[in-house]
Design a protein around this ligand. Structure first.
Ligand SMILES: [Zn+2]
Length: 321
């Protein structure tokens, strides 16, 4: 089967745990993906919230070097792509297409010059914030709102010019609507699920409330559908459902919620592999074909499953890059 995954943290894990992309004990490796036909993978350089300014720049450069060396070591199997034509040629050579992203605008260290530099490295998607506030805006854990900053708006407009896709996963609600008002092109929520499907009894005092803050409410989902963006379903256990109810059936529920709202053309997968705890049913890129079979067994037609797992993501990147 074909698979287009909008988000994984594998490169960061490779650097931190001295793993290799070719074969490792994590969720994603070249070996684990070998049953896939066309495979496009967005690899994020994850920016922890404790790094800002010069420290964030150094951290980014270090993880980027790991990405660069893993691409070189695995050049027989996967290649860093910066255009749709690149991706097509990878597929025709039987290779996987890697897309580089940054999870956290702190990598810009508050500088448009740094954004221009990151663009020259072939970064094609930037998640504006992680959970805390950064120079661009307020993440989902920032209390008492706070949306995009003036620099955040400036950076977003420059990303539009550079054809770097904006990603609103992790962003607070006000920041989402600020981005909606500011971006001249559709954006993505690369790895975010639906608030409405999670346990509605979760209160702000509850540990699990984080999963509500990290998920999209129906107004946000409707906006992404209207504007022609993308929503990548996240496999993180607590964003899917309660313990023990966070496997295939939970993925089915989140997908159905977005399909019921008319989102057939914006649904994709943002697995979050190597970035979070995942139910054993879903815990690895080798499990993706079984998930697709499960969705078909629940009545989803081949065309819809094909859109979710590959076509919507690929079409969006073809239009945007
Ligand atoms: Zn994330």
């Amino acid at each position: 089967m074909d698979f287009f995954d909008l988000h994984c943290d594998t490169v960061t894990e490779c650097r931190k745990k001295n793993r290799r992309l070719f074969d490792n004990d994590g969720h994603l490796s070249v070996c684990k993906a070998n049953s896939l036909d066309r495979w496009a993978q967005v690899f994020a350089i994850w920016m922890p919230d404790e790094y800002r300014g010069e420290n964030a720049v150094e951290y980014f450069d270090d993880i980027h070097e790991c990405f660069r060396s893993e691409m070189a070591d695995n050049s027989l199997y996967i290649r860093h792509c910066t255009s749709a034509a690149d991706m097509e040629s990878c597929f025709s050579e039987g290779k996987a297409a890697a897309v580089l992203s940054v999870e956290g605008g702190s990598a810009l260290a508050g500088s448009i010059e740094r954004l221009n530099y990151i663009h020259t490295l072939g970064v094609k998607l930037i998640t504006l914030t992680w959970n805390a506030a950064n120079e661009l805006g307020a993440g989902c854990l920032v209390k008492n709102v706070g949306g995009l900053t003036q620099f955040g708006r400036q950076a977003l407009r420059r990303m539009n010019d550079l054809k770097i896709i904006a990603d609103v996963s992790h962003l607070g609600r006000k920041g989402f609507w600020d981005a909606a008002g500011c971006s001249s092109v559709p954006f993505v929520a690369s790895h975010s699920n639906c608030c409405a499907v999670l346990d509605k009894t979760r209160a702000p005092s509850d540990d699990k409330y984080f999963s509500m803050l990290r998920s999209l409410d129906d107004e946000q989902i409707k906006f992404i559908i209207r504007s022609g963006g993308l929503i990548g379903i996240n496999f993180c256990n607590s964003f899917l459902g309660d313990a023990g109810d966070d496997g295939f059936e939970a993925v089915y529920r989140h997908i159905c919620h977005i399909l019921d709202m008319g989102g057939e053309d914006v649904l994709a997968v943002g697995s979050d592999f190597d970035g979070c705890g995942i139910n054993p049913e879903l815990a690895g890129i080798d499990k993706v074909p079984a998930l697709a079979d499960y969705l078909k067994s629940r009545g989803m037609d081949n065309k819809t499953v094909g859109k979710i797992f590959f076509d919507n993501g690929f079409n969006f990147f073809k239009t945007m890059l």
